[in-house]
Each structure stands twice: as C-alpha cells, then as structure tokens.
Ligand binder design. Structure first.
Ligand SMILES: Nc1ccn([C@@H]2O[C@H](COP(=O)(O)O)[C@@H](O)[C@H]2O)c(=O)n1
Ligand SMILES: [Zn+2]
Ligand SMILES: [Zn+2]
Length: 561
C-alpha cells in the first residue's frame, strides 16, 4: 500500500457520483487553507478519503492557480502551523522534521504561521528559525513568537512580524501570524499574549498602511480570545475592512462570523481537510471610504474538502480528461516515497487484531484505543516487573493521537498513534496516595480547553463515515456528504489498573509522563503534605512512542494479517 502513484486506483478509493461534489464558489479573494498537518505529507495510506499526498496537493494548487488566473480572481494558499509530531515521515528521522521541512518548502504558500509543535523542543524551534523560516522570506509570520538567537543571544521574532503584499489581481493584503497563549514553549522561545501584541507600536503602525483586507494566520482556535483580540484591535481602527482569520490547533473543521465583514475558518488536521473560503465584495470601490461600508455584508462561502485525488481533480481541472499530475507534483510524491523507504516506515511490526478508535467509543469500551493503552499497553510495555513494588502508570489521553486500524501495524503507525518522546517518571508512594492520583489529575485544569460538545447527527447507511460539520453557517460546509462518526469525550488522564488486595500503607510506584510532572508534584504534596517524595526516571528504555512498538512486538508480532 506504499506505492503512492498507484494508490488512487486501489479498491475502496473514493468513487462518488460526480454530481455529489458541487462546484466551489469563487469570490474576489479565494483561500486554500491547511492546518495541523503534523507531517502527514504521505496522506493517509489506510484511508482512501484522505489519501492524497503532498505531491497531489502540489498538482492541485497548480491547477487552482491556473483557474484563478483564468477567472482573474485572487488566490491565497495559507498554512496555520503544527508541522511536527504526528507521522513517521517527520518524526522517525534522526533530526525531527529533517525530511519534511524541505517538502513543505516546495509548496508555494503565501502565508504561514508557527504552531506549538514547532516550539516544544529547543532544537525544533532552533531549526524552524534557522532552516525553515528564512526560506519563506516575509511569508513566515510570527507576530507574537520569539527565539533567543543562540549566536547573538538576542531575542528576535522567529519569522516576520507582519507582511504587506499585493496579490496578482490587485488585492492588497496585510497579514499577521499569531500563536495562542501557549505555556509549554521551550526555554529558548517566548510567546507573547496576543492582546498585548496588538497594543505595541509596530502593530498599531501597521494598521495605518493602506490595504484592502487583513489576513490573520493563526495557530489559534478561531473562537478563542487570542483570535478575537486581534479581530477587535483591527476593527477598532478599521470599522469595515474585511478581516479573515485562518486558525487551527483544535483539529476541527469550523467557521465563524465575527461581524458582517470579519470571518474565521479552521481546516481540521492531519491532511484530512483542505479549507476553502471565498470572499466577494473586497474590491468594492465605495468601501475605500470605510464609513460607507459599515454593516455592509461581504459574500463569503466556506467549504471543507476531503483531501483525496478525486476531490482535487473535481475542483481544479478545467476538463475531466485534463492531465492532473504535474511534473513537480510527481517529483514530490517520489521524494515522499523515497523518504518512507529510507525510514522503513512501511515495515510491518505486527498485526492489529481489530480497529481501536481514539474517540468513537467510551474509553471503557473494548473498541477504544485508550482502553487498549490503559489495560494492555501500559501493563505490558511500561510496568517494570523487576521493581519491588507494583506500578500504576498514568498517561495523558492527549498523548494518543490517532486511531489504530486492524491489519498490518507499521513503524509509521507507532508515530501516528503517539509521536512523543515523553519519559516515564515515578515516585514510590503509599497505596492510599497512588489510588487517588488519577481522580486528582482529572480534576486538574485542562491542558487543552474543552471543545464544544458536538451535536448528535443521524446516521445514514448509504454514505461513507466522515466529517459532518456544524458551524456558524449551519451544516453544508462539508464537500463530501458523510454519515457521522460518533464522538465520545474521554478523561484527560487514563491509568493502568490499580493493584488489588493492598493495604493503604503498602508501597506502590506511581508512574506518570514527564509532559505533566508540573501537575503531579503539587498533587502529591496535597495528598500527603507531610512527606516529600523523590522522583526519577522509571525506565530509560521506553517512552510514549516506543511503548506501543514494544507492546506490538510482545503481543501482536506472531499474528498474521
Ligand atoms: N510532548 C507532548 C506534546 C504534546 N502532547 C499532547 O499534544 C497536545 C497538543 O497538540 P496539538 O496538535 O493540539 O497542538 C497537548 O495538549 C498534549 O495532549 C503530548 O502529549 N506530549
Ligand atoms: Zn495540532
Ligand atoms: Zn497545536
């Protein structure tokens, strides 16, 4: 299944009735948006709906730009960050992102923002600053993200604070790049709150430039205060200038209306979705006097495209028999294929006996990935049987990122399910303390603010399961009509089973991930104020990523698919 050039004709590849996809609406300015791609440049090798790779994406962009020229409409291609952590292509290399960064660089994005996954690790932040940002010139936008330059010791923006540019058919754009108020950034970086950034002289000065629209590229959820603060700051100076926010981070499809001339779009995750937005009315000459257009509607459409070659061809080709693959697209696909080979990403380690889903079923259900992790992976691959005390291992459910499908389990899947190299830390505590830790953690503040509860949708047996999105325009934004996939929220932390038959004072190793040590230590103090516990690395031979590899080798390697 690794031959990307052939995969489009695989059985099960999407073959909808051509009338199912209605043509895109074009406006004065049109936007193609990616976010939270997390290195999924190979596309989804196990899911036909999302099987386009970055070579296909490049070919799609070529045809879309041709179409824009033909229509004499402006087209912007934008990315909202989180390029690292999530796929073997980016994470299995000796240096994280060493093969993916040059491939991203081949896509001619007009504007990009930085994500939190470019900032967890000092080296990744440094490489983003040195090897990635410069290649984009002024298009890599970090209005509120800085790095301490290791050569000069000066703290400088990782990319550009803002960029004013003119599109081919005349639209003058002022662009910014904002990251949400991320608290876990590496110590060589600084993230400034966006509500402070917008008060700074450089930002206020930029608002005096004469432009036709504002583009906020953000690794920011479009409904969060960090996004609305920027919209409000622009609106305070410009009562009717069109504002577009292209956000991300929550991994959802979403669209919001801030006012009748300001809109936000969020385009999912993992190269499942290309967001499309068209804005008409930007070129309205009467609006050059801003007060003329206060309250005047812009005509805006949004669409969430499933990222597969059928979708790409359907929307980009002028004629169905026109050749789709461009030379550049094919060469990107070949490069991806070569990197996958170099990194042995398709090497099969074992065979998964069934599908395990991250969020389709309650975590107590046998089809839940979190259930598998809590009850099988942690006891098998993490608990250290040679320790004098039983172990209870707690992980954050956010450390698990994607479904695990029945059939061949590859090296790539270890990164897809959990790309992180978080260490297991432990302290030896009485059972009465250990037994209260999970509940205490789940009562602790969320690491990620909760998504809005999703409404329940009717299922429809004639449609393939996929995204069914409700946003500020209601339903109808999804390009492909799908039956809904159930979404069941899970606790923030899950644990291996507690040992049974112990007295309150019996000792237990309580084990957690380095990612949330800052939460565990105060809880230990609260649960047992009289004692100071010493913590250390529980096992040096296993981390969040390798635990699944070890589990599969131990339990699934003898099964055949
Ligand atoms: N070392 C890490 C880093 C992150 N996480 C988890 O990822 C979440 C953030 O991911 P986004 O793609 O939404 O930005 C974070 O909240 C953690 O759950 C982790 O487990 N270990
Ligand atoms: Zn992300
Ligand atoms: Zn993020």
């Amino acid at each position: 299944h690794d031959d990307h050039l052939e995969k489009r004709s695989q059985p099960g590849a999407p073959q909808p009735n051509p009338v199912d996809l209605s043509p895109l609406t074009w406006g004065d300015v049109n936007i193609i948006h990616t976010t939270d791609t997390h290195g999924w440049l190979s596309g989804h090798t196990k899911e036909a709906s999302y099987s386009a790779d970055f070579g296909d994406f490049s070919s799609f962009l070529y045809h879309m730009r041709q179409q824009a020229n033909h229509r004499r409409k402006d087209l912007l291609v934008v990315d909202s960050g989180d390029l690292h952590d999530g796929n073997g292509l980016g994470d299995a290399s000796p240096v994280n992102g060493q093969y993916t960064r040059p491939i991203y660089q081949k896509i001619n994005y007009d504007a990009l923002a930085i994500g939190n996954h470019e900032l967890y690790v000092n080296d990744v932040a440094e490489n983003t600053y040195r090897d990635f940002a410069p290649g984009w010139g002024k298009r890599y936008l970090t209005s509120n993200v800085f790095i301490k330059d290791s050569h000069t010791n000066k703290t400088v923006p990782i990319g550009n604070l803002y960029n004013k540019f003119r599109l081919k058919f005349g639209t003058r754009v002022m662009s910014y790049g904002f990251l949400y108020n991320f608290k876990g950034a590496a110590n060589n970086t600084v993230v400034e709150p966006s509500n402070f950034t917008v008060t700074l002289p450089w930002f206020q000065k930029s608002l005096k430039e004469d432009v036709d629209m504002y583009l906020i590229v953000g690794h920011v959820p479009i409904r969060w205060a960090e996004a609305t603060a920027v919209v409000k700051a622009i609106r305070a100076a410009h009562p009717s200038k069109p504002i577009v926010v292209l956000g991300g981070h929550l991994h959802v499809r979403d669209f919001t209306v801030y006012d009748n001339r300001a809109f936000g779009l969020s385009s999912g995750r993992f190269m499942e979705t290309l967001g499309w937005m068209s804005v008409d009315g930007i070129k309205d000459r009467a609006c050059r006097v801003e007060t003329n257009c206060i309250g005047k509607n812009l005509t805006v459409t949004r669409r969430y495209l499933d990222s597969n070659v059928y979708t790409y061809k359907k929307h980009s080709l002028a004629h169905p028999r026109q050749k789709f693959d461009t030379w550049k697209g094919r060469s990107i696909t070949k490069e991806i294929f070569k990197v996958r080979k170099t990194l042995n990403l398709s090497n099969t380690i074992g065979c998964a006996p069934q599908d395990y889903y991250l969020a389709r079923y309650p975590y107590t259900d046998a089809r839940s990935l979190l259930n598998l992790v809590a009850n099988e992976v942690l006891p098998t691959a993490v608990v250290n049987a040679s320790r004098p005390y039983p172990g209870v291992v707690i992980v954050n459910s956010g450390s698990q990122r994607f479904d695990l499908f029945k059939g061949p389990f590859t090296l790539d899947d270890t990164y897809i399910v959990s790309p992180f190299h978080n260490d297991f830390i432990f302290a030896t505590v009485p059972y009465k303390v250990a037994s209260k830790m999970l509940a205490a953690l789940n009562g602790a503040p969320f690491q990620k603010r909760a998504d809005e509860a999703l409404p329940a949708y009717a299922t429809n047996a004639t449609l393939t399961p996929g995204y069914v999105t409700k946003d500020d325009y209601g339903y109808g934004g999804d390009d492909w009509k799908h039956s809904t996939i159930p979404y069941v929220p899970s606790p923030n932390y899950i644990s291996s089973p507690l040992p049974t038959g112990l007295a309150e004072t019996d000792l237990v190793d309580i084990v957690w991930l380095s990612f949330f040590t800052n939460l565990v230590e105060p809880i230990l103090k609260k649960l047992d104020p009289a004692t100071t516990y010493t913590s250390g690395i529980y096992r040096r031979d296993v981390d969040t990523n390798s635990m699944l590899l070890n589990f599969v080798k131990a339990k699934w390697s003898n099964t055949t698919c």
